[in-house]
Design a protein around this ligand. Structure first.
Ligand SMILES: *[C@@H]1O[C@H](CO)[C@@H](O)[C@H](O)[C@H]1NC(C)=O
Ligand SMILES: *[C@@H]1O[C@H](CO)[C@@H](O)[C@H](O)[C@H]1NC(C)=O
Ligand SMILES: *[C@@H]1O[C@H](CO)[C@@H](O)[C@H](O)[C@H]1NC(C)=O
Ligand SMILES: *[C@@H]1O[C@H](CO)[C@@H](O)[C@H](O)[C@H]1NC(C)=O
Ligand SMILES: *[C@@H]1O[C@H](CO)[C@@H](O)[C@H](O)[C@H]1NC(C)=O
Ligand SMILES: *[C@@H]1O[C@H](CO)[C@@H](O)[C@H](O)[C@H]1NC(C)=O
Ligand SMILES: *[C@@H]1O[C@H](CO)[C@@H](O)[C@H](O)[C@H]1NC(C)=O
Ligand SMILES: *[C@@H]1O[C@H](CO)[C@@H](O)[C@H](O)[C@H]1NC(C)=O
Ligand SMILES: *[C@@H]1O[C@H](CO)[C@@H](O)[C@H](O)[C@H]1NC(C)=O
Length: 516
């Protein structure tokens, strides 16, 4: 039963195949999916189901708005049709094979599945195209494009001084373009674009552009203006004015102005320029300004008054100090000031030796023109006579000296101990005196209770007077004590020198000793 059904079906199948094969099956298209431009390749098209003895036309089309016939061939009885072609870049896209019976319009043509063809054209002739100049100022954009004479499926790489340029917030790298929105001097250098493509994952083609050097100039920053004084001879002085910018790509043109009037100008390959201007001492010679230019923008300095006052008036020196443990003076600061002078030079002397910059026990801190400070760590080596000298920085024949000041570690450090002794002594004396008064008072009251005698009155007056004296002496001493304890400044310009003061303190101590 089963066998007979199977034979019938098989029979039917064969009958249809043998006799009534009057349609075309779907053709199969074979060929490379990737091809090199200008190379010859072959596509093959085959129809498996075909009417016998019918000549089949097989045509290769590129699919598009208008189907484009790329080649054709005929096939009889299922032969494989070979369609050769020379690849062009325009061949890239979907290809289809269309099969039709050449002399039988009753047979419906059939179409293969689409086949994608990628066409690789090796890159050639890379070149950098830029619209702007090769010299530009920071902040301006730089736009580059890599142009090729040939190439498909290209990837691009940009090199700056041989290093790859990557994407950043200010840099846009995409396809054949490189855009820098705001350039800075760091973007200067030689640019190369490298175009690459690959065929069959194995063959790599590349083309390097020639180098193009771009220079991004930094805008000059606002210059500073300073001047020093130069003594030309005994009568003539000059101001040497220096204009200096911290950044900016040279060459820079510096111009010196006196208000609105151009005094001088100079173009330098440096970031500074100096101008010499004649000078008259003690006279205001106007207001100076530096202008710096290395582009279309000018940078301005502050205004500087040109006036030189020679040093004059008294040179004063005072000091303050810090107390360490046990009320020992550990460090001391001398201050030196001069009454007038715009360009003073301060010098410190110990005995007759000049103290320069810093030494084992001292440090010179100049704060010109205001003052100079000499910091001392008090010790055996700092003993000696100190003095400060001020002269014009441009003329050292004008030196003015301060008063001399003798400093001794031991004497200095005995001082606070003395002070403590004095304070303690005074206090003890006060208590003693008060106690004595009380005793005397009590005795008198016991003896003459209720009576008002001349003696009592006198005694009362005496006590008051005594206490008044005491108060006075306390108040005389107090301010000094407080001052020293706090380490407050006390001006040594007053005639009372340390030695004198020490002398007074010593006298007080001897008095105390007597009291005790
Ligand atoms: C097909 O028809 C063309 C004319 O249309 C004729 O020249 C050709 O010989 C025919 N070929 C076959 C195989 O019948
Ligand atoms: C592509 O590369 C493979 C090996 O990776 C090679 O067998 C094949 O022939 C290559 N095709 C062409 C078109 O060169
Ligand atoms: C192109 O540049 C690459 C660097 O990316 C380098 O390795 C190669 O040698 C260069 N080729 C030519 C022809 O200069
Ligand atoms: C200094 O001044 C005198 C006139 O006062 C002048 O003759 C001389 O040339 C000046 N010297 C310099 C170096 O400027
Ligand atoms: C510099 O000064 C000269 C005149 O002294 C003037 O001719 C020139 O234009 C000035 N240059 C600049 C950059 O200002
Ligand atoms: C600046 O100009 C004033 C007059 O406007 C003049 O007296 C002075 O000497 C000038 N100073 C300099 C340095 O040229
Ligand atoms: C600044 O300098 C440039 C040349 O470096 C010049 O072309 C420009 O005119 C100058 N600008 C001014 C205001 O002097
Ligand atoms: C300075 O002179 C005094 C004597 O007047 C001496 O005791 C002291 O050691 C000298 N100081 C220095 C640093 O030479
Ligand atoms: C200061 O005077 C000395 C000579 O005492 C001299 O050698 C030196 O050059 C002068 N310095 C200045 C800045 O005038």
């Amino acid at each position: 039963m089963f066998a007979s059904v199977f034979v019938v079906i098989l029979g039917l199948f064969y009958c249809s195949k043998e006799s009534s094969q009057s349609f075309l099956g779907r053709p199969q298209l074979y060929g490379p999916s990737e091809a090199l431009a200008k190379k010859a390749v072959e596509f093959e098209c085959e129809v498996l189901d075909y009417p016998e003895d019918e000549l089949i036309l097989l045509q290769l089309f590129k699919v598009g708005d208008h189907n484009w016939l790329l080649g054709e061939s005929t096939s009889l009885d299922g032969e494989v049709a070979v369609i050769p072609m020379i690849i062009k870049t325009s061949h890239e896209g979907y290809l289809e094979c269309v099969a039709s019976a050449q002399n039988n319009s009753e047979i419906t043509p059939t179409v293969s599945h689409p086949h994608y063809l990628k066409v690789v054209e090796p890159v050639e002739g890379a070149e950098i195209i830029h619209s702007g100049p090769v010299e530009l100022y920071e902040g301006n954009p730089l736009k580059l494009r890599c142009e090729l004479s040939a190439g498909t499926h290209v990837s691009y790489k940009w090199l700056l001084n041989g290093q790859p340029v990557s994407q950043s917030p200010v840099r846009y790298v995409a396809d054949d373009r490189l855009m820098i929105y705001r350039t800075s001097s760091g973007d200067s250098g030689s640019y190369v674009c490298v175009a690459t493509n690959t065929f069959n994952k194995t063959r790599v083609f590349s083309s390097n552009s020639s180098k193009v050097v771009f220079t991004v100039k930094d805008l000059v920053s606002n210059p500073s203006i300073t001047f020093t004084v130069l003594k030309e001879d005994s009568q003539n002085y000059s101001a040497v004015v220096t204009c200096e910018s911290t950044r900016g790509t040279p060459p820079i043109t510096f111009s010196l102005y006196n208000r609105t009037e151009l005094v001088s100008n100079m173009t330098t390959d440096d970031r500074q320029a100096t101008f010499k201007v004649p000078l008259v001492l003690d006279r205001h010679l106007g207001w100076l300004q530096c202008q710096a230019n290395n582009s279309d923008r000018i940078a301005y300095s502050d205004w500087l008054p040109l006036e030189v006052v020679p040093v004059g008036g008294p040179v004063t020196m005072h000091y303050d100090f810090d107390l360490g443990e046990n009320y020992a003076i550990v460090s001391l600061r001398f201050y030196c000031k001069v009454k007038k002078g715009s360009h003073p030079r301060y010098q410190w002397f110990l005995n007759k030796t000049l103290l320069q910059d810093r030494g084992s026990f001292y440090y010179v801190a100049n704060e010109p023109p205001k003052q100079s400070i000499l910091l001392l760590s008090v010790g055996r080596s700092s003993t000696g006579t100190y003095r400060c000298e001020v002269s014009d920085s441009f003329d050292n024949t004008t030196a003015i000296s301060s008063k001399k000041h003798y400093l001794d570690k031991d004497v200095l450090n005995r001082l606070p101990i003395l002070l403590v002794a004095v304070v303690f002594g005074c206090f003890t004396t006060l208590i003693l005196l008060v106690s004595i008064c009380c005793c005397i008072g009590v005795m008198f009251r016991r003896r003459q209770y209720g009576e008002k005698s001349l003696l009592n009155l006198e005694m009362e007056r005496m006590t008051v007077a005594y206490e008044g004296d005491l108060d006075l002496s306390m108040y005389n001493e107090d301010p000094d004590v407080v001052n020293t304890a706090r380490g407050d400044e006390f001006d040594q310009t007053s005639e009372a020198s340390l030695d004198e003061w020490l002398h007074i303190e010593e006298e007080k101590t001897t008095l105390e000793d007597e009291h005790v």
